[in-house]
Write a protein that binds this ligand. Structure first.
Ligand SMILES: Nc1ncnc2c1ncn2[C@@H]1O[C@H](COP(=O)(O)OP(=O)(O)OP(=O)(O)O)[C@@H](O)[C@H]1O
Length: 288
């Protein structure tokens, strides 16, 4: 998807983004009846030859819709730290991407009060043909920042990113680490009210990793709202006040972080025992 398409979708979507939230509003994010369907192809193309033949013959591949999020609703208060738990493929990252504005939901509404720092795909919003400088403005616009605000923050972002003169070079000449450093600097130096984290990141080299980790801890201590997806239950218990648990796109539990973590761990252990028993039965059947 091109940057223009992303911008168009961001500004014309059913997501309400209030960068300067009403002082009396204690709600940071309100997610109402979010549903997400993806179109997936039914076709199985095994070889490059098959792919080329299909493309030449312009054979239309069959596709079906798959629902990966089903009627998800929850609210996060300002300053609250909410964890999202769920097994692989449950729909956690899709939900974060919808909240961050990367995906448009098939149905439902999202209201966001405050500036968001989506620490997801840090260079996803970049246009590789433009310079780092231009991308600060493009990425800032994607995060709903005004040009005046970005003018104010520009020097600080460049300094934090440690890119030096590279900031004037096209992003296509950057290494993966350099892109991540720039993405992290833009997302966090706009003084975000809300941090969206899909697994705690390790950005750039060891020096920058330490610096970015400290920056996240500092923002958390200052009371920023956090939405965290992590497979580390200890991390979720340590950081989050509340949790939601998503299974197969449906929300199955919401509550105090420790309570939801306990139930989730118990379910994971139960699923593991069940799987082991099934395997033992299969082996017994086969080998007696
Ligand atoms: N762009 C896409 N097109 C089609 N299907 C998708 C797309 N993105 C995600 N999915 C599907 O949606 C489902 C949920 O994926 P998602 O990445 O949100 O899960 P997750 O809970 O974050 O998993 P994990 O813990 O493994 O990261 C999966 O079945 C995945 O295959």
């Amino acid at each position: 998807m091109s940057l223009m398409e992303k911008l168009k979708r961001l500004f014309g979507s059913n997501t309400v983004r209030n960068n300067t939230p009403a002082i009396d509003s204690d709600i940071a994010i309100k997610v109402e009846h979010i549903t997400m369907e993806f179109k997936v192809s039914n076709d199985k193309i095994d070889t490059l030859k098959e792919y080329v033949i299909r493309t030449i013959k312009r054979n239309k591949s069959e596709s079906k819709k798959v629902k990966v999020l089903d009627d998800i609703s929850f609210t996060i208060k300002r300053g609250e730290k909410l964890g999202i738990l769920g097994f692989n493929g449950a729909g956690k990252s899709t939900l974060l991407r919808i909240i961050a504005g990367i995906y448009e939901p098939s149905d439902g509404k999202i209201t966001i009060n405050g500036k968001i720092a989506p620490l997801l795909e840090l260079s996803a919003g970049f246009d590789k043909n433009y310079s780092g400088k231009d991308n600060i403005y493009l990425n800032g616009a994607l995060l709903s920042m005004s040009k005046e605000y970005l003018d104010e923050k520009y020097d600080e972002i460049v300094e934090y990113s440690e890119l030096g003169d590279y900031i004037n070079f096209p992003v296509k000449n950057y290494s993966k680490g350099m892109k991540a450093k720039l993405g992290f600097s833009i997302a966090t130096l706009i003084d975000p009210d809300i941090l969206i984290i899909d697994e705690i990141l390790s950005v750039g080299d060891i020096k920058f990793r330490k610096k970015s980790g400290e920056k996240i801890n500092e923002m958390m201590a200052e009371g920023v709202t956090v939405l965290l997806v992590s497979h580390s239950i200890n991390q979720v218990r340590r950081i989050c006040d509340r949790c939601i648990w998503i299974d197969n796109g449906k929300m199955i539990m919401e509550g105090d972080a420790d309570e939801v973590c306990d139930a989730y761990v118990e379910d994971a252990n139960y699923a593991k025992i069940k799987k082991e028993k099934k395997l033992k039965r299969k082996l017994r059947k086969k080998y007696g």
